[in-house]
Design a protein around this ligand. Structure first.
Ligand code: PEP
Ligand code: MG
Length: 316
């Protein structure tokens, strides 16, 4: 690494924590810059950057012009760049989570994307993958994951479904993934994001279907409080707040239920990168990992270690 010390030596300089410290990442190349940081994996790898900056074309357009492999190969390359750099630590790759207006901005996108009045709660996340229109593109995303895991041998690649609303749609999407030959196994974990309050309400049922949850506190706050993330006036008035007791209570409930069913809980929204008190709350509630921005990894590892130490002393 840049410091001239080996990674093992570097990591030994930082406190060990029971709670895993993961990092959020969107641009594959920047991983090189962060290799010296003491993180245990990538808890959220967004693929939107790869699609908009490397692939640039709408996947359905690429299928239409007979170049689906362009999508699969470039996406697999982006994922592999990160997964090989940090192997064997896990990389949780989130399936695409563009909103319709963002998909429309891709080359050839307008033909395939409706104009929605409210894209934030529109045709997004899993509702896309199970739709007749987008399903072929979802299959390309799955093939890219499969290529990274099987052809490139990167078994540290896991997946995460964003914007899950119901068990039936998730069941259908997992079915499509299995149809492409990707099944949940001990080394292939499938997570879902807890962003829509229905995931918390139905956490027991979702627990039977997946290995873990990751709290998308940005969307969970928006939808729990009924506050548009982008509303300036509500933002100024202080309504949009991931520390709101209703949001915290929701996170706590999810951890309780998921653990009852032996499932893990992580968080990949902005909250723990911005509010140490949220990190403290979640560690006390027993969250399994927190995934944060690279610039807060060192601070958060130290913070989590001190919270865990306090908890241990209290238990004695
Ligand atoms: C979230 O909602 O907290 C999240 C991580 O997803 P995004 O911000 O990409 O919607
Ligand atoms: Mg979200």
């Amino acid at each position: 690494g840049v410091s001239g010390l080996s990674r093992d030596v570097l990591l030994s300089l930082f406190p060990v924590t029971g709670t895993k410290i993961y990092m959020n990442l969107g641009q594959p190349d920047v991983i090189e810059k962060y290799l010296d940081l003491p993180f245990d994996g990538i808890g959220l790898m967004r693929i939107e950057f790869i699609v908009s900056e490397w692939i640039k074309h709408h996947p359905l357009y690429l299928i239409k012009i007979g170049k689906p492999d362009e999508f699969v190969n470039k996406l697999a390359d982006g994922i592999a760049r990160v997964a090989s750099a940090i192997y064997p630590r896990p990389v949780v790759v989130r399936f695409s989570d563009f909103k319709t207006n963002e998909y429309r901005g891709l080359i050839g996108g307008e033909e395939f994307e409706p104009e929605e009045r409210n894209p934030m709660i529109g045709w997004r996340g899993v509702s896309r993958y199970v739709s007749q229109q987008y399903e072929p593109a979802f299959r390309l995303e799955v093939r890219a994951i499969k290529k990274a895991r099987e052809e490139m041998g990167l078994k540290n690649v896991w997946v995460m479904f964003p914007f899950v609303r119901t068990t039936w749609e998730l069941n259908k999407a997992i079915g499509i993934m299995e149809d492409e030959g990707l099944r949940r196994t001990a080394d292939f974990k499938v997570w879902i994001m807890a962003e829509v309050p229905s995931v918390v309400t139905m956490a027991d049922e979702f627990s039977k279907m997946v290995d873990g949850f990751s709290i998308g506190s940005n969307d969970l706050a928006q939808l729990t409080l009924g506050v548009d993330r982008d509303s300036e006036i509500l933002g100024r008035m202080g309504y949009y707040d991931e520390r709101d007791p209703a949001v915290l209570r929701s996170m706590k409930k999810l951890i309780r239920v998921a653990h009852k069913y032996g499932r893990t809980v992580s968080i990949c929204g902005q909250a723990p990168s911005v509010y140490p008190e949220v990190t403290e709350f979640l560690v006390k509630e027993g969250i399994d990992s927190v995934s944060i921005n690279p610039d807060t990894v060192i601070y958060t590892r130290r913070l989590v270690a001190s919270i865990e130490q306090k908890l241990l002393l209290r238990k004695r």
